[in-house]
Design a protein around this ligand. Structure first.
Ligand SMILES: Nc1ncnc2c1ncn2[C@@H]1O[C@H](COP(=O)(O)OP(=O)(O)O)[C@@H](O)[C@H]1O
Ligand SMILES: [Mg+2]
Length: 315
């Protein structure tokens, strides 16, 4: 905790604080920080994790967009408020981690719960508002613009041919029995990628990681958190998370009040659905092969991988 206190003092001028661990999410550790007048939420990305580079590489690009959304759109109060360091930076770091500070949100994470009708309405309004902002926003969006390139595909393909010997035998056995399905999905994704690159698709600001652990209910409002995946992309990057939900029709009714002629682009939808599957599989393979996980964490990750592989066999 002392290290965190030093970081908060040196970079955010926060003194006389108490720091307590909170349940984190997928990518980072989380802490609640309190001083005499304010509460903060600190995300800590540990440099020892292979996924950290992926989650933190774009901080300097997506946090300014969040700041712009807070100042210029109807999303104020509906998304988290990032806080800058005393030097005006969006993050700070030491040898062990990368740190991002937010205002603390007093509220409940939706998590395992189902969304109520009111919450579905509020989620529709948040996304409909977000998707109003396209390529014409006065922001540098180059770094977060979708180019339909899938960086891990080559590696995944060569892993399946066992060109890489970094994969432990037990992991190799698991994936080897699903070789055909994974290769089939890689082929589909490559075709879609070429087709989308060569066609006009409207792009808008998208969150790209919509699930109930990234939604919190405050006293006033549903809040969409965890904007690490912020992109300028076809809106299917968000809608892929909703099309299978029982409330999708309700969602769409409200969404179409802002986007009246909206229709799903099936190519873009399938691109994101297949990419997500393969990305999860690849991330689990990487974690099992490269991360220093303890036995318990390893079993957990292996079970996730088994579930994903079972899922693609049933498609
Ligand atoms: N600003 C905040 N205030 C209070 N709790 C938060 C805040 N942001 C996130 N959380 C809680 O921490 C959890 C993890 O945060 P999240 O940003 O989703 O991290 P990850 O990228 O690791 O998934 C969320 O599910 C939520 O419960
Ligand atoms: Mg999250």
């Amino acid at each position: 905790m002392n290290k965190i206190k030093t970081i908060l003092k040196d970079h955010y001028a926060l003194d006389h604080i108490t720091v307590s661990p909170e349940q984190g999410g997928w990518s980072a550790l989380a802490f609640k920080v309190i001083n005499h007048k304010h509460s903060y939420f600190l995300k800590v990305y540990e440099k020892s994790r292979v996924s950290t580079l992926k989650w933190t590489a774009l901080i300097d690009h997506y946090v300014p967009i969040m700041a712009w959304l807070l100042d210029n759109t109807g999303l104020k109060g509906k998304i988290p408020v990032p806080l800058l360091t005393i030097n005006g930076d969006y993050k700070c770091e030491d040898v062990d981690g990368i740190y991002l500070l937010y205002e603390y949100i007093n509220g409940e994470t939706i998590g395992e719960n189902k969304l109520t009708e009111k919450q579905v309405g509020e989620l529709s309004e948040i996304l409909a508002e977000l998707h109003l902002y396209g390529e014409d926003v006065p922001l540098d969006t180059d770094a977060v613009k979708e180019d339909f390139y899938v960086p891990f595909l080559q590696q995944l393909r060569s892993t399946l041919c066992k060109e890489h010997n970094f994969i432990p035998d037990d992991v190799w056995e698991l994936i080897n029995s699903h070789n055909d399905q994974i290769n089939g999905l890689i082929d589909i994704l490559e075709k879609l990628s070429v087709r989308l690159k060569n066609s006009y698709v409207r792009m808008a600001l998208c969150h790209t990681d919509l699930h109930n652990w990234n939604l919190m209910q405050s006293a006033q409002q549903l809040i969409l958190i965890d904007w690490e995946g912020l992109k300028l992309a076809p809106v299917e990057a968000d809608l892929m998370f909703l099309v299978d939900k029982p409330y999708y029709d309700k969602f769409l009714n409200i969404y179409r009040k802002f986007h009246d002629s909206f229709e799903i682009n099936p190519d873009a939808l399938q691109f994101y659905q297949v990419r997500r599957k393969l990305e999860d599989i690849w991330e689990f393979i990487e974690q099992l092969s490269l991360d220093n996980q303890n036995a318990q964490e390893r079993v957990l990750t292996k079970n996730y991988l088994i579930k994903e592989l079972k899922d693609i066999s049933e498609r």
